[in-house]
Write a protein that binds this ligand. Structure first.
Ligand code: NAP
Length: 246
């Protein structure tokens, strides 16, 4: 029996868990951070909550007799990816990263590319008035000091109670989002700028298409550096990699 720990929190991780559940000889546990109040529950065995740093994850891998680690976390969930890399090395087990490709800028796109959320906030000054902020709820406080900008802030759950919220409106919704939905939001709220992480994948790409069509600029936060190691770009390739280890 191959015991697999899937670090999750993404649609791809949930898909992978659903596929491996039906493969004889593989036993998978999927791990969620516990950020979302009502996560879409993946198939199979699920555990929720942090491990307690690299040491906690290392102990978990040993206690649960995990044979391989699949890091299928969001490209911006960087800390857990580095923890996974260090813990897998310490325990001496193979590790695979499932990393969906980043979105590529097309000719008609107007992107202002930045390296992090702080730079995204800084670049808005003096060039945006009505911003669609689509970075989740954890880092919205970085935009709270900006004066003269109205924000439409989309997130799955409402902001945590003591968060300083920028001036504007909170919209709680969960993807995938259709192109019609995104066009309507941008038009109705007279958005002039979108702030987005370069998450990749289809579930949240419609806002980028709608921005292209409407000539709206996008402040695109580029991905943080991920740990070195084996990578695949889709669920099918991750399944093949696991089957090769049986
Ligand atoms: P992060 O900054 O990389 O991780 C912070 C801490 O949260 C980790 O050190 C770990 O705590 C815990 N953690 C994160 N992912 C975990 C997992 N899958 N299982 C168990 N513990 C986990 O992560 P984040 O950016 O806060 O993201 C949290 C989760 O949301 C991730 O699973 C990610 O896939 C998902 N997500 C993130 C984003 C995003 O934009 N960041 C977007 C969509 C989904 P300990 O140190 O105590 O182990």
């Amino acid at each position: 029996m191959l015991r697999v720990l899937i670090l999750g929190g993404t649609g791809d991780a949930a898909k992978l868990a659903a596929v491996v559940e039906s493969i004889p000889g593989i036993e998978a546990i999927i791990s969620l951070a516990g950020r979302t109040r009502e996560p879409s529950t993946p198939a199979g065995e699920v555990r929720v909550g942090g491990f307690g740093g690299v040491e906690g994850l290392t102990n978990y891998l040993r206690q649960m007799k995990i044979d391989v680690l699949v890091d299928a976390t969001h490209p911006f969930a960087n800390q857990i990816s580095w923890h996974g890399a260090n813990a897998a090395t310490t325990v001496g087990i193979p590790r695979l990263m499932l990393v969906r490709p980043a979105w590529e800028k097309l000719e008609d796109d107007t992107w202002l590319e930045v390296g992090n959320i702080t730079d995204a906030a800084a670049i808005l000054e003096n060039q945006a008035k009505r911003v669609f902020l689509t970075i989740g709820r954890q880092e919205i406080a970085s935009f709270a000091d900006l004066e003269g900008i109205w924000f439409l802030m989309r997130m799955i759950d409402p902001p945590i109670s003591d968060t300083i919220i920028p001036d504007g409106l909170v919209l709680c919704d969960r993807g995938p989002f259709s192109l019609e939905n995104e066009r309507e939001i941008l038009t109705k709220h007279q958005i002039d700028t979108i702030v987005s992480k370069n998450s990749g994948g289809n579930a949240t790409y419609a806002k980028i298409i709608a921005a292209r069509e409407l000539g709206i600029k996008v402040v695109m936060v580029n991905r943080p550096l991920i740990p070195p190691g084996e990578q695949v770009a889709d669920v099918e390739s991750a399944v093949t990699w696991l089957i090769e280890r049986l």
